[in-house]
Design a protein around this ligand. Structure first.
Ligand code: FES
Length: 358
């Protein structure tokens, strides 16, 4: 059953037959519409009865093949064929993803699956359900009369009865729709690829890897002046995009070490040297602008600002996480080395955590 909005006159009154006329269907052409609009603009045929006057007792019990069981059976088979296509195409969608997603093929299978489902439903509605369209006003926005509500419930029941008479098509529809839903969920999940596990934490830093400057020279803590900042790389891996790390000598500034990272920085007469990933956790730009007055690192791309004294916690901008910290020590020659790669304890993975991991 379809309904139409109740249309009111400019004064807000509901239209009704002009006084003095005999009751009965009122031509739509005699109804005043707001703003003097032509009824045709509302898709209303001026010569047809106004929707309020469409009788509610229209016969909606008949369906297309009611008198033709063979035709009904053929319609049922056509619908079943459509939904079988949906079923097979849904299986194919899953298979395409399992065997290595081919976007064109997946799109074709999705097209067949949804197309079969849609065409089947159209045929079902056209051939096997009571097909009489009933139009009625929404009334006056009050609770309908009891007789109307009973009529609607009965009409709805006739529709569901018609479905219940066709268990065969339901037996096809249920697995087809289920598999299509499964394929639709499975595809995006399968597209995520294998779980990265600890791969996200892997850079070229490792156990006792020397930190070297851009010329490949190792660094001793005392060579970094107070408030000095230096970009270092793991020795032998100057070109690794994930590894650039900032050494900062904080001097006697009040650095609040993370309690889970005791002894991760180097302290001595030279000051307090800490190491943080240079890769911004927002979109992987190098966060390399250091304000010595506030001890803040600023990423030039979108102005994310990291408080170095608070273990590079973001205090402004879109970066969602702190810069990862690298644990430092010195080797027997006094050069700065990493204790290990970046770790979960250090706030890793470096950068946004998902980039450049193809
Ligand atoms: S990449 Fe650093 S703020 Fe966007």
């Amino acid at each position: 059953m379809t309904t139409t909005d109740d249309v009111t006159s400019p004064e807000g009154d509901h239209h009704e037959a002009p006084s003095g006329e005999a009751s009965g269907p009122v031509p739509a052409s005699s109804v005043k519409l707001p703003f003097g609009r032509n009824p045709r603009h509302f898709g209303i045929d001026p010569d047809s009865p106004w929707p309020d006057d469409v009788p509610m007792d229209q016969d909606d019990t008949h369906w297309r093949f009611e008198e033709n069981p063979k035709g009904a059976r053929r319609a049922e088979l056509r619908i079943a064929a459509c939904w079988t296509i949906t079923l097979l195409a849904s299986i194919a969608v899953c298979a395409v993803y399992v065997t290595g997603a081919n976007n064109q093929l997946a799109g074709l299978c999705y097209g067949l699956a949804f197309g079969g489902l849609g065409v089947g439903m159209i045929l079902w509605a056209r051939d096997l359900l009571p097909g009489h369209e009933v139009t009625a006003s929404r009334g006056h926005h009050e609770v309908s009369e009891e007789s109307f509500r009973v009529a609607v419930a009965e009409s709805f029941g006739r529709g569901t009865d018609a479905m219940a008479r066709r268990p065969f098509v339901f037996k096809i529809l249920a697995p087809a729709a289920g598999l299509l839903g499964l394929g639709t969920l499975f595809g995006p999940v399968a597209s995520l690829g294998p779980r990265p596990h600890t791969d996200l934490y892997k850079t070229k830093w490792g156990r006792f890897t020397r930190a070297v400057d851009q010329d490949g020279n190792p660094i001793r803590p005392a060579e970094l002046p107070v408030n000095g900042i230096l970009t270092v790389f793991p020795e032998g891996h100057m070109d690794d995009a994930l590894s650039p790390t900032l050494l900062i000598n904080l001097g006697d500034a009040d650095f609040h070490a993370n309690p889970h990272r005791p002894g991760w920085n180097l302290q001595g007469p030279y000051g307090n040297v800490v190491a943080f990933s240079k890769i911004c956790t927002h979109a992987a730009c190098p966060a390399s602008l250091y304000n010595v007055n506030t001890h803040q690192l600023i990423c030039p791309c979108h102005q994310s600002t990291f408080d170095v004294l608070e273990t590079c916690k973001p205090v402004f901008g879109p970066a969602p996480r702190s810069l990862a910290q690298l644990q430092l020590t010195t080797d027997r020659d006094g050069y700065i080395v990493s204790v290990s790669d970046y770790t979960r304890t250090g706030g890793g993975p470096v950068g946004p955590g998902f980039w450049n991991r193809g």
